[in-house]
Design a binder for this molecule. Structure first.
Ligand code: NAD
Length: 490
């Protein structure tokens, strides 16, 4: 096993260029999900501290120099932030693995580099932007400027903390806004360092502030109702998105929401199963299934259903569940006791609904030092009824449902029978079918014969209850800017 840092960290909010001593002694603990050891004490930001953070961000926005400095200089500082993240990537990956319970190599090789790239990508992207020009005969000329909106509240969930926060922070800062960030209370460690990383990169004080706390009656609520905040970019549960929309309504804050999902992963009889099975396994169990894009409803054409079930079960059985700090581990624990209880409550639901358990459904045998962690085997059910709760509700854990179908029409009907619409996956070697099905599945991203492939220029977001707005490339820039038309008489 790799060496793990065991010292308990003291985590504080970062406001106006420095770590803040809280005005109260309110603290909460953060646990290592692998072992349930306390790894951090976090000072909860009270209303007064959140107010200070929002006012610091407002002052930094209005007085500059962040929004007024040459774009090339601003983008250079963002690129420097990305470099610092890469210089500290082992430390950040170790913290992320310890905090979220994800395998260390995944954090080290994928998520932390992607976080750095989020900042670099938007710096490069912003610098290359042109503007719209509309000449009106010889008399007038219109041109468009994209100006920053103001102070952004960036609120993120616990499953991919550093990657998702930088995905918002990149376009927010590149456009010249200032930010108040709140990571999820369950996994705040890596994001708590973003303020100091920004400062080291030369970003002025007050531009990047990080506060810690919970949702209602705590930091999350204060930063979504604060009068100095102009826009809210939120990723998390659909129900939370609805309540944030209400909080921001009185002051008409701009909102962008990336919410929950329950993706259909559709396997047609002509699919290449040698590719579909390992990828579907990742789609089901990566990050212990705690991924909004998880392919958690696997729809399989009846003619290949038995073969698929057997091969998928075998593949899941070889998935190694264990210590996230071990390099051979495929899947770590669930993030917390509370979440474990939510996920495992669905095992009872599945049983009551008459689903057939194909694999898993219990805690795996694990070494002594992991005895307190909340582990669950990759769990697979067959459920013929697409309306069953386990086929409809976002379980957000390593629990998937296999649903047989006969025809393409039936597959589409099942795929679209959901309140969500974040993404879908289609496996077929028939080109026409691939296009046809992709056009008819009502979701923001469709992957054909692949999963989780991301071009940061492409739109990302959800249909239905999976979100409001889009992130990625110019879609992010549109959210973080106000377009201004200037019309000049010639
Ligand atoms: P959550 O909604 O419980 O919490 C997300 C964040 O919102 C946390 O920081 C939390 O403290 C804060 N919060 C909670 N209530 C709030 C309130 N009333 N006002 C302001 N802030 C509040 O979500 P979670 O459990 O951390 O994350 C899991 C969810 O996130 C799943 O539904 C998953 O699908 C979704 N998710 C979506 C995407 C996407 O891109 N669409 C990506 C990752 C996760």
């Amino acid at each position: 096993m790799e060496q793990v840092q065991t010292r308990v960290k003291e985590v504080k909010s970062f406001v106006d260029g420095e770590y803040l001593e809280s005005s109260t002694d309110a603290k909460f603990d953060v646990y290592n999900p692998a072992t349930q050891e306390i790894i951090a004490h976090v000072q909860e930001a009270k209303e007064e501290e959140v107010d200070r953070a929002c006012r610091a961000a407002r002052k930094a926005f209005e007085e500059g120099p962040w929004r007024t400095m040459p774009l090339s200089e601003r983008c250079q500082k963002l690129r420097r932030m990305a470099e610092i993240i890469l210089e500290r990537k082992e430390e950040l990956a170790r913290l992320e693995a310890m905090d979220v319970g994800k395998p260390y190599p995944v954090a080290l090789e994928k998520e932390i580099p992607r976080a750095a790239n989020n900042l670099k990508f938007f710096a490069d992207f912003m610098e290359k932007q042109g503007a719209e020009v509309y000449p009106m005969d010889e008399d007038y000329l219109n041109y468009t400027r994209y100006e920053p909106v103001g102070v952004a509240s960036l609120i993120t969930p616990w499953n991919l903390p550093f990657m998702l926060t930088t995905w918002k922070l990149g376009p927010c800062l590149a456009a010249g806004n200032t930010a108040v960030i709140k990571p999820a209370e369950v996994t705040p460690l890596t994001v708590s360092l973003l303020g100091e990383i920004a400062k080291e990169a030369g970003i002025p004080d007050g531009v990047v502030n990080v506060v810690h706390g919970f949702g209602p009656g705590s930091a999350g609520e204060y930063m979504t109702t604060h009068p100095d905040v102009d826009l809210i970019s939120f990723t998390g549960e659909t129900a939370t998105g609805k309540s944030i929309m209400k909080s921001g309504a009185d002051s008409l804050k701009k909102v962008s929401f990336e919410l929950g999902g329950k993706a259909a992963n559709i396997i047609f009889e002509d699919a290449n199963l040698d590719k579909a099975i390992p990828t579907s396994l990742q789609a089901a169990f990566m990050n212990s299934g705690q991924v909004c894009l998880a392919g958690s409803r696997i729809l399989v054409q009846r003619s290949i259903f038995d073969e698929f079930v057997e091969r998928f079960r075998e593949a899941a059985a070889s998935f190694k569940v264990g210590d996230p700090q071990d390099s051979g581990t495929n899947m770590g624990p669930l993030v917390s006791k509370e979440h474990y209880e939510k996920v495992t409550s669905y095992l009872k639901v599945a049983e009551e609904e008459g689903a057939t358990l194909v694999h898993g459904g219990k805690r795996p045998e694990l070494p002594e030092h992991l005895k307190n962690g909340y582990y669950l085997e990759p769990t697979i059910y067959i459920q013929e009824d697409p309306k069953a709760r386990i086929s409809q509700e976002e379980i957000f854990g390593p629990v998937v449902t296999l649903i047989p179908f006969e025809t393409e029409e039936e597959a589409l009907e099942i795929a679209n029978d959901t309140d969500y619409g974040l993404n879908g996956v289609v496996w077929t070697d028939n080109l026409q079918r691939a296009h046809r099905v992709s056009h008819h599945v009502r979701a923001g991203t469709i992957w054909v014969n692949c999963w989780f492939v991301r071009d940061l220029r492409a739109p990302f977001g959800g249909f239905n209850q999976s979100g409001v707005g889009r992130e990625g490339g110019h879609h992010s820039m549109e959210f973080f800017t106000e377009a201004k038309n200037i019309c000049i008489a010639l």
